[in-house]
Design a protein around this ligand. Structure first.
Ligand code: SAH
Length: 350
């Protein structure tokens, strides 16, 4: 019999299963709280009898992540982890220290199907979705390793969260429930390249998380060249879904825009972008594109970044240039990528 991935279960589901096993009611809460604390083995659940621990370990597996490699930025203390999953696959996460607390950027898939031209993750293809327990374990392991609470989570690592929608929803439930990690939904950001049907679905759930939409272009001509998803859902449809999202949730959308010299950073692009976003509760996050080997893309210069922000702001669109953290350990957006080449399967510099 294949063991059930116990950390992917909600407290309710665990209660139902335990009731079925004839266990007393309080056991589910007890086990759930141990799991939320990040234990990796039933033997660590010290207030359970040996027999019960044995019984549970026959039936259930505790899926965690192991630290395979860790790099600490000498500039700002940002930490990049390479985590190993139970089947040998690997994903990366990044812990960032901010004045408001610790934040972790986590992965939702091993690889990615979306294939955006500027992103490193898509270059190694797609292996599989992460389970809710594996998504959760990244937050737990980051927190255990730094010995501090992590209050903010961004789903902006490897993978497309809305392409692993059910597991991501379950993860959100697990990390915000009070017997779980007890995080605030407002401290969570989810970034998508624009999976429109799921944006509508998410909107109807009216969660208080922050939705980030990776726009990176003001029109279909440019976006179609850099982001294949644009062929499935062109900009008009994406922005329409974003307007619906704001109406349903009352939450401001954050638009990500990686500035690529000579590709999407002209004055005309800024004006066109402003036109598209008119009247939408939004913030534009400009990110000078990170250099990923093989793309040939270059960052826009600082004067160009400033000019772009000025034009957007002049048209009433709030915009800022995002600060780069972990530049010396290649921990920035789009730079997370694993590579299987034997050894520890890790390539430090991309
Ligand atoms: N799949 C999701 C989340 C993962 S990528 C998404 O597309 O939003 C996280 C962010 O990094 C996205 O905004 C993505 O477009 C951006 N990104 C990818 N490669 C980048 C690069 N080379 N430079 C800057 N940002 C990049």
């Amino acid at each position: 019999m294949e063991k059930t991935d116990i950390k992917s279960l909600t407290l309710e589901e665990l209660s139902t299963q335990f009731a079925g096993l004839g266990l007393p009611k309080f056991r589910a809460g007890q086990v759930f709280r141990w799991l939320a604390r990040g234990v990796t083995d039933f033997s660590q659940m010290s207030d359970l009898s040996k027999d019960l621990r044995e019984q549970l370990s026959q039936r259930y597996a505790i899926r965690g992540v192991e630290i395979l490699r860790k790099q600490v930025s000498q500039i700002d203390g940002t930490i990049k982890y390479l985590f190993r999953l139970f089947d040998g696959e690997c994903v990366e996460s990044v812990v960032m220290r901010y004045h408001y607390g610790n934040s972790i950027c986590i992965s939702t898939q091993v690889g990615c199907k979306m294939n955006c031209s500027f992103c490193a993750t898509g270059k190694s293809g797609f292996s599989r979705n992460l389970s809710p327990s594996e998504i959760l374990s990244q937050v737990q392991m980051g927190s255990i390793d730094i010995g501090e609470r992590i209050s903010h989570v961004v789903l902006m690592g490897m993978g497309e969260p809305l392409d692993n929608y059910e597991n991501v929803l379950r993860f959100l439930q697990l990390c915000t429930c009070k017997e779980g990690l007890g995080l605030s939904m407002r401290g969570i950001s989810l970034s998508t390249c624009g999976i429109v049907d799921k944006i509508y679905d998410l909107a109807d759930k009216k969660l208080q998380l922050t939705l980030s939409v990776s726009l990176h272009a003001p029109n279909d001509r440019i976006r179609g060249r850099t982001m294949p998803i644009n062929k499935r859902w062109p900009l008009d449809e994406l922005i329409k879904a974003c307007r619906y999202y704001v109406r349903q949730t009352g939450r401001r959308i954050s638009f990500e825009y990686a500035m690529i010299a000579g590709v999407n950073d002209s004055d005309a692009c800024a004006r066109e972008l402003a036109g598209r976003l008119k009247g939408l509760l939004a913030h534009v996050n400009l990110i000078p594109v990170n250099d990923v080997t093989g793309t040939g893309y270059k960052k826009s210069g600082i004067p160009r970044q400033k000019r772009f922000v000025e034009i957007l702001q002049g048209q009433g669109i709030t915009a800022t240039v995002r600060r780069t953290l972990g530049a010396d350990i290649e921990a920035s957006c789009g730079q997370l990528r694993r590579k299987h080449e034997g050894g520890d399967g890790y390539e430090g510099s991309l």
